[in-house]
Ligand binder design. Sequence first.
Ligand SMILES: C[S@@+](CC[C@H](N)C(=O)[O-])C[C@H]1O[C@@H](n2cnc3c(N)ncnc32)[C@H](O)[C@@H]1O
Length: 258
Amino acid sequence: MDNPPTLSPRLKALADLVPVGKTVADIGTDHAALPIYLVELGLISAAVATEKAAGPYRVALTQVQKSGVAHRIAVRLGDGLTPLEEGEAEVIVLAGMGAGTIISILEGDPGKSSSADRILAQPMAGSEKLRAWIREKGCLLNEEIVREGGRLYEIEVFRTGRANEVFPAMAWARSLPPEWRTGAGMALIFGLGPILLAKRHPLFPALLEEKIRQWERILTVLEKGRGGKIGQKKEELLSRLQLARRLHNCWSEETPVR
Ligand SMILES: C[S@@+](CC[C@H](N)C(=O)[O-])C[C@H]1O[C@@H](n2cnc3c(N)ncnc32)[C@H](O)[C@@H]1O
Protein backbone atom coordinates (compact mmCIF):
# COMPACT_ATOMS: atom_id res chain seq x y z
CA MET A 1 0.00 0.00 0.00
CA ASP A 2 1.62 3.33 -1.08
CA ASN A 3 -0.26 5.57 1.32
CA PRO A 4 -1.74 3.63 4.23
CA PRO A 5 -5.09 5.15 5.27
CA THR A 6 -5.17 7.34 8.35
CA LEU A 7 -7.96 8.54 10.59
CA SER A 8 -8.47 11.37 13.06
CA PRO A 9 -7.97 10.28 16.72
CA ARG A 10 -11.76 10.14 17.29
CA LEU A 11 -12.43 7.88 14.30
CA LYS A 12 -9.30 5.84 15.05
CA ALA A 13 -10.59 5.16 18.58
CA LEU A 14 -13.83 3.90 17.03
CA ALA A 15 -11.93 1.75 14.52
CA ASP A 16 -9.91 0.22 17.36
CA LEU A 17 -13.14 -0.93 19.02
CA VAL A 18 -14.29 -2.88 15.94
CA PRO A 19 -13.40 -6.58 16.33
CA VAL A 20 -11.36 -7.88 13.39
CA GLY A 21 -13.33 -9.72 10.73
CA LYS A 22 -16.82 -8.45 11.62
CA THR A 23 -19.28 -6.92 9.18
CA VAL A 24 -19.84 -3.25 9.95
CA ALA A 25 -22.61 -0.75 9.23
CA ASP A 26 -21.63 2.90 9.64
CA ILE A 27 -24.89 4.83 10.03
CA GLY A 28 -24.57 8.53 9.15
CA THR A 29 -21.19 7.86 7.55
CA ASP A 30 -20.76 11.28 5.87
CA HIS A 31 -17.30 10.94 4.23
CA ALA A 32 -17.22 7.11 4.77
CA ALA A 33 -13.72 7.48 6.27
CA LEU A 34 -14.25 4.78 8.91
CA PRO A 35 -15.48 1.94 6.66
CA ILE A 36 -12.86 2.76 4.00
CA TYR A 37 -10.09 2.61 6.62
CA LEU A 38 -11.32 -0.69 8.10
CA VAL A 39 -11.71 -2.40 4.71
CA GLU A 40 -8.54 -0.97 3.14
CA LEU A 41 -6.46 -2.27 6.05
CA GLY A 42 -8.16 -5.67 5.80
CA LEU A 43 -9.47 -5.40 9.37
CA ILE A 44 -12.95 -6.23 8.09
CA SER A 45 -13.99 -7.72 4.77
CA ALA A 46 -17.19 -5.78 4.04
CA ALA A 47 -19.16 -2.77 5.21
CA VAL A 48 -22.36 -0.86 4.65
CA ALA A 49 -22.13 2.95 4.78
CA THR A 50 -25.45 4.80 5.09
CA GLU A 51 -26.58 8.41 4.98
CA LYS A 52 -29.95 10.06 5.32
CA ALA A 53 -28.93 13.31 3.64
CA ALA A 54 -28.33 13.52 -0.12
CA GLY A 55 -25.18 15.73 0.10
CA PRO A 56 -23.18 13.51 2.50
CA TYR A 57 -24.48 10.44 0.65
CA ARG A 58 -22.90 11.74 -2.58
CA VAL A 59 -19.67 12.54 -0.70
CA ALA A 60 -19.61 8.98 0.75
CA LEU A 61 -20.27 7.47 -2.68
CA THR A 62 -17.45 9.50 -4.27
CA GLN A 63 -14.98 8.64 -1.51
CA VAL A 64 -15.81 4.92 -1.69
CA GLN A 65 -15.53 4.92 -5.51
CA LYS A 66 -12.11 6.61 -5.25
CA SER A 67 -10.91 3.99 -2.73
CA GLY A 68 -9.56 0.68 -3.89
CA VAL A 69 -12.27 -1.24 -2.04
CA ALA A 70 -15.52 -0.01 -3.62
CA HIS A 71 -16.60 -3.61 -4.31
CA ARG A 72 -16.60 -4.28 -0.54
CA ILE A 73 -18.50 -1.21 0.70
CA ALA A 74 -22.19 -0.72 -0.07
CA VAL A 75 -23.22 2.95 0.16
CA ARG A 76 -26.94 3.41 0.78
CA LEU A 77 -29.27 6.37 1.20
CA GLY A 78 -31.90 6.22 3.94
CA ASP A 79 -32.93 7.16 7.45
CA GLY A 80 -31.47 5.33 10.46
CA LEU A 81 -31.40 1.55 10.16
CA THR A 82 -33.88 1.46 7.22
CA PRO A 83 -31.20 0.80 4.56
CA LEU A 84 -29.92 -2.24 6.51
CA GLU A 85 -31.19 -5.82 6.39
CA GLU A 86 -31.75 -7.48 9.75
CA GLY A 87 -28.60 -9.41 10.75
CA GLU A 88 -26.55 -7.83 7.95
CA ALA A 89 -24.17 -6.02 10.31
CA GLU A 90 -22.48 -7.56 13.33
CA VAL A 91 -21.28 -4.12 14.40
CA ILE A 92 -23.35 -0.94 14.06
CA VAL A 93 -21.57 2.41 14.39
CA LEU A 94 -23.45 5.62 15.23
CA ALA A 95 -20.91 8.42 15.54
CA GLY A 96 -20.98 12.21 15.49
CA MET A 97 -24.68 12.61 16.32
CA GLY A 98 -26.57 13.71 19.42
CA ALA A 99 -27.65 11.10 21.97
CA GLY A 100 -31.33 11.76 21.12
CA THR A 101 -30.72 10.93 17.45
CA ILE A 102 -28.75 7.78 18.36
CA ILE A 103 -31.53 6.57 20.67
CA SER A 104 -34.30 7.30 18.17
CA ILE A 105 -32.39 5.44 15.41
CA LEU A 106 -32.03 2.38 17.66
CA GLU A 107 -35.62 2.54 18.91
CA GLY A 108 -36.82 3.00 15.33
CA ASP A 109 -35.98 -0.65 14.61
CA PRO A 110 -35.42 -2.75 17.75
CA GLY A 111 -35.11 -5.95 15.68
CA LYS A 112 -32.19 -4.63 13.64
CA SER A 113 -30.58 -2.95 16.69
CA SER A 114 -30.60 -6.16 18.72
CA SER A 115 -29.42 -8.28 15.77
CA ALA A 116 -25.97 -6.60 16.10
CA ASP A 117 -23.37 -8.14 18.43
CA ARG A 118 -22.23 -4.70 19.41
CA ILE A 119 -23.13 -1.09 18.85
CA LEU A 120 -20.50 1.66 18.93
CA ALA A 121 -21.96 5.06 19.73
CA GLN A 122 -20.06 8.33 19.95
CA PRO A 123 -22.55 11.02 20.97
CA MET A 124 -21.63 14.66 20.40
CA ALA A 125 -23.76 15.56 23.41
CA GLY A 126 -25.98 13.78 25.94
CA SER A 127 -23.74 10.87 26.95
CA GLU A 128 -25.52 10.63 30.32
CA LYS A 129 -28.87 10.29 28.59
CA LEU A 130 -27.44 7.58 26.32
CA ARG A 131 -25.98 5.65 29.31
CA ALA A 132 -29.36 5.83 31.09
CA TRP A 133 -30.99 4.38 27.98
CA ILE A 134 -28.37 1.61 27.71
CA ARG A 135 -28.83 0.81 31.40
CA GLU A 136 -32.55 0.28 30.78
CA LYS A 137 -32.49 -1.34 27.34
CA GLY A 138 -29.15 -3.04 26.91
CA CYS A 139 -25.81 -4.14 28.19
CA LEU A 140 -22.80 -1.82 28.42
CA LEU A 141 -19.65 -3.65 27.27
CA ASN A 142 -16.94 -1.00 27.12
CA GLU A 143 -16.32 2.73 27.19
CA GLU A 144 -13.59 4.97 25.84
CA ILE A 145 -12.62 8.65 25.93
CA VAL A 146 -10.53 10.25 23.22
CA ARG A 147 -9.11 13.75 22.91
CA GLU A 148 -9.15 15.47 19.52
CA GLY A 149 -8.58 19.16 18.80
CA GLY A 150 -8.86 20.16 22.45
CA ARG A 151 -12.16 18.34 22.92
CA LEU A 152 -13.01 15.10 24.72
CA TYR A 153 -15.24 12.55 22.99
CA GLU A 154 -16.94 9.63 24.76
CA ILE A 155 -17.58 6.28 23.09
CA GLU A 156 -20.06 3.69 24.36
CA VAL A 157 -19.89 0.03 23.33
CA PHE A 158 -23.03 -1.95 24.07
CA ARG A 159 -25.69 -4.31 22.79
CA THR A 160 -29.43 -4.20 23.18
CA GLY A 161 -32.50 -6.35 23.51
CA ARG A 162 -31.26 -9.40 25.40
CA ALA A 163 -33.28 -9.90 28.56
CA ASN A 164 -31.61 -10.85 31.85
CA GLU A 165 -28.13 -10.31 30.52
CA VAL A 166 -25.46 -9.80 33.18
CA PHE A 167 -24.31 -6.20 33.10
CA PRO A 168 -20.55 -6.19 33.91
CA ALA A 169 -20.54 -2.52 34.88
CA MET A 170 -23.47 -3.11 37.24
CA ALA A 171 -21.58 -5.94 38.96
CA TRP A 172 -18.58 -3.64 39.49
CA ALA A 173 -20.76 -0.82 40.84
CA ARG A 174 -22.37 -3.19 43.36
CA SER A 175 -18.94 -3.83 44.87
CA LEU A 176 -18.52 -0.14 45.80
CA PRO A 177 -18.82 1.20 49.36
CA PRO A 178 -22.49 1.50 50.48
CA GLU A 179 -22.84 5.28 50.07
CA TRP A 180 -22.07 5.03 46.33
CA ARG A 181 -24.71 2.33 45.96
CA THR A 182 -27.55 4.67 46.90
CA GLY A 183 -29.81 6.17 44.23
CA ALA A 184 -27.83 9.40 43.78
CA GLY A 185 -24.35 7.80 43.95
CA MET A 186 -25.27 5.02 41.54
CA ALA A 187 -27.00 7.44 39.15
CA LEU A 188 -23.87 9.62 39.09
CA ILE A 189 -21.56 6.68 38.43
CA PHE A 190 -23.78 5.29 35.68
CA GLY A 191 -24.20 8.74 34.17
CA LEU A 192 -20.47 9.47 34.06
CA GLY A 193 -19.33 6.06 32.85
CA PRO A 194 -19.07 3.01 35.13
CA ILE A 195 -16.54 1.26 32.90
CA LEU A 196 -14.43 4.42 32.54
CA LEU A 197 -14.32 4.48 36.34
CA ALA A 198 -13.75 0.77 36.76
CA LYS A 199 -10.76 0.82 34.40
CA ARG A 200 -9.51 4.15 35.79
CA HIS A 201 -9.39 5.76 32.38
CA PRO A 202 -6.57 8.36 32.37
CA LEU A 203 -8.82 10.98 30.71
CA PHE A 204 -11.67 10.48 33.20
CA PRO A 205 -10.55 13.30 35.58
CA ALA A 206 -10.46 15.77 32.65
CA LEU A 207 -13.92 14.64 31.54
CA LEU A 208 -15.24 14.99 35.09
CA GLU A 209 -13.81 18.52 35.33
CA GLU A 210 -15.67 19.43 32.11
CA LYS A 211 -18.95 18.07 33.52
CA ILE A 212 -18.44 19.87 36.85
CA ARG A 213 -17.89 23.18 35.03
CA GLN A 214 -20.96 22.55 32.86
CA TRP A 215 -23.15 21.78 35.93
CA GLU A 216 -21.79 24.85 37.75
CA ARG A 217 -22.85 27.01 34.79
CA ILE A 218 -26.34 25.49 34.85
CA LEU A 219 -26.55 26.02 38.61
CA THR A 220 -25.66 29.71 38.18
CA VAL A 221 -28.57 30.08 35.74
CA LEU A 222 -30.94 28.17 38.07
CA GLU A 223 -29.89 30.35 41.04
CA LYS A 224 -31.58 33.28 39.26
CA GLY A 225 -34.90 31.45 38.90
CA ARG A 226 -37.73 30.89 41.37
CA GLY A 227 -40.51 28.37 41.84
CA GLY A 228 -40.98 24.86 43.27
CA LYS A 229 -39.64 22.93 40.28
CA ILE A 230 -36.57 25.14 39.95
CA GLY A 231 -35.87 24.73 43.67
CA GLN A 232 -36.01 20.96 43.33
CA LYS A 233 -33.76 21.01 40.24
CA LYS A 234 -31.26 23.22 42.09
CA GLU A 235 -31.14 20.80 45.02
CA GLU A 236 -30.66 17.79 42.74
CA LEU A 237 -27.92 19.50 40.77
CA LEU A 238 -26.18 20.72 43.94
CA SER A 239 -26.07 17.23 45.45
CA ARG A 240 -24.83 15.81 42.10
CA LEU A 241 -22.10 18.48 42.05
CA GLN A 242 -21.03 17.66 45.60
CA LEU A 243 -20.76 13.96 44.77
CA ALA A 244 -18.91 14.71 41.52
CA ARG A 245 -16.40 16.95 43.34
CA ARG A 246 -15.80 14.18 45.90
CA LEU A 247 -15.28 11.69 43.12
CA HIS A 248 -12.73 14.03 41.56
CA ASN A 249 -10.94 14.62 44.88
CA CYS A 250 -10.52 10.93 45.61
CA TRP A 251 -9.42 10.00 42.07
CA SER A 252 -5.71 10.04 42.94
CA GLU A 253 -6.27 7.53 45.73
CA GLU A 254 -5.96 3.89 44.88
CA THR A 255 -9.70 3.16 45.00
CA PRO A 256 -11.47 5.39 42.47
CA VAL A 257 -14.61 5.81 44.57
CA ARG A 258 -14.68 6.08 48.37
C1 LIG B 1 -21.42 15.00 12.01
S1 LIG B 1 -21.70 13.78 10.85
C2 LIG B 1 -20.72 12.44 11.47
C3 LIG B 1 -20.12 11.63 10.37
C4 LIG B 1 -19.32 10.41 10.82
N1 LIG B 1 -20.23 9.42 11.36
C5 LIG B 1 -18.29 10.79 11.83
O1 LIG B 1 -18.45 10.45 13.01
O2 LIG B 1 -17.30 11.45 11.46
C6 LIG B 1 -23.34 13.17 11.18
C7 LIG B 1 -23.95 12.54 9.96
O3 LIG B 1 -25.06 11.77 10.38
C8 LIG B 1 -26.07 11.87 9.40
N2 LIG B 1 -27.35 11.53 10.03
C9 LIG B 1 -28.00 12.22 10.99
N3 LIG B 1 -29.15 11.59 11.33
C10 LIG B 1 -29.20 10.47 10.59
C11 LIG B 1 -30.14 9.40 10.47
N4 LIG B 1 -31.28 9.40 11.19
N5 LIG B 1 -29.89 8.40 9.60
C12 LIG B 1 -28.74 8.40 8.86
N6 LIG B 1 -27.84 9.39 8.91
C13 LIG B 1 -28.05 10.41 9.75
C14 LIG B 1 -25.97 13.30 8.92
O4 LIG B 1 -26.51 13.47 7.63
C15 LIG B 1 -24.47 13.55 8.97
O5 LIG B 1 -23.86 13.32 7.72
